[in-house]
Design a protein around this ligand. Structure first.
Ligand code: ADP
Ligand code: MG
Length: 293
């Protein structure tokens, strides 16, 4: 490949709001066969809403919401903001922020609210704490199949509620996935979220494969495994927890409205806040390489 044609290609991409930070990634993207994508904030808006709160016997809605929101007030996770907003709406005021807040990455969060020990997170967090969530089994299955994320709250070591949040898809995601398919790509979702939830969203979008319930380090591992089977991998993400996978991928593509950490780890940055820049980037890359070869 001549440096001049690569420069022309990256220039053309830049006019479309696609920034190739290195010329090599333009070449590598032309040879990739798989696009792996993060879910939250990449396929979805990253702005979930609380949709359901189902109480265990002996617990009261406002009390549980205030306790949970007190802990989530300290968390940066999009799920946390959904819970804080719901509590504010229900109780008409901000919850008392928790003491001794701790985030258990990939599992959930914990803290003390008015002397009560509060824990909120995924089913695996409750299992880690020795709590049985099977009373909510039917609801978890139903809500998961609707593409909602099931969470659980425990107060003083007792399971208090199941909470569901739903994160709407970005309006252009479906079209972007269709374009990637037309370009011959296999599209794989990699998410820390619940398997049922991930699979429901993948079905809706026509995504080919789902790697779900991955812990934060698991995204890198998932990219490596995909590479062993399929060759060059492009990975698209927006979050802090995507940075290692963006760096590991043969072409890391960051959504420009995402975190700075993701953009720094990426080879390509999309100025548009959505996935449509990915098929566009591939189009430019292939056109450039066709002219060269
Ligand atoms: P993702 O970005 O794909 O959601 P994370 O590793 O950030 O992956 O989170 C994995 C899971 O851990 C979430 O789907 C959720 O179930 C749980 N979790 C993480 N942070 C929180 C939080 N602040 N409140 C409740 N649950 C959380
Ligand atoms: Mg994300």
């Amino acid at each position: 490949a001549t440096p001049t044609s690569i420069m022309v290609g990256t220039g053309r991409a830049a006019q479309m709001g696609i920034f190739f930070r290195k010329g090599e990634s333009l070449q590598r993207l032309a040879d990739a066969r798989v696009v792996a994508v993060d879910k939250t904030g990449t396929l979805t808006k990253g702005r979930p809403e609380l949709t359901d709160l189902i109480l265990a016997a002996g617990f009261e809605r406002f009390q549980v919401l205030a306790a949970v929101a007190g802990v989530e007030a300290h968390s940066e996770h999009p799920i946390a903001q959904a819970i804080v907003r719901a509590s504010q709406e229900a109780n008409g005021r901000e919850a008392t922020p928790a003491q001794a807040f701790q985030s258990v990455t990939g599992f959930g969060v914990t803290g003390q609210v008015d002397g009560v020990d509060v824990k909120v997170g995924a089913d695996r967090y409750m299992r880690k704490l020795g709590l049985d969530v099977s009373v909510f089994e039917a609801e978890v299955a139903r809500l998961g199949d609707e593409g909602k994320t099931p969470l659980f709250a425990a107060l003083d070591g007792r399971l208090a509620a199941m909470i569901a949040v739903a994160d709407p898809l970005k309006p252009t995601t479906r079209q972007a996935i269709d374009s990637l398919h037309q370009q011959g790509f296999k599209v794989v979702m990699i998410t820390g979220d619940n398997r049922r939830t991930g699979e429901a969203i993948a079905r809706k979008l026509g995504i080919d494969e789902v790697v779900a319930e991955v812990l934060p380090d698991g995204k890198v591992e998932a990219v490596r495994k995909l590479r062993d089977t399929h060759g060059l991998i492009a990975y698209v993400g927006d979050g802090i927890n995507d940075a290692p996978a963006l760096a590991e991928a043969d072409v890391g593509i960051a959504i420009g409205t995402g975190t700075d950490v993701a953009m720094e780890a990426a080879d390509v940055v999309l100025m548009s806040g959505d996935l449509l820049g990915v098929p566009d980037a591939i189009g430019v890359s292939r056109a450039t390489l066709r002219n060269i070869r």
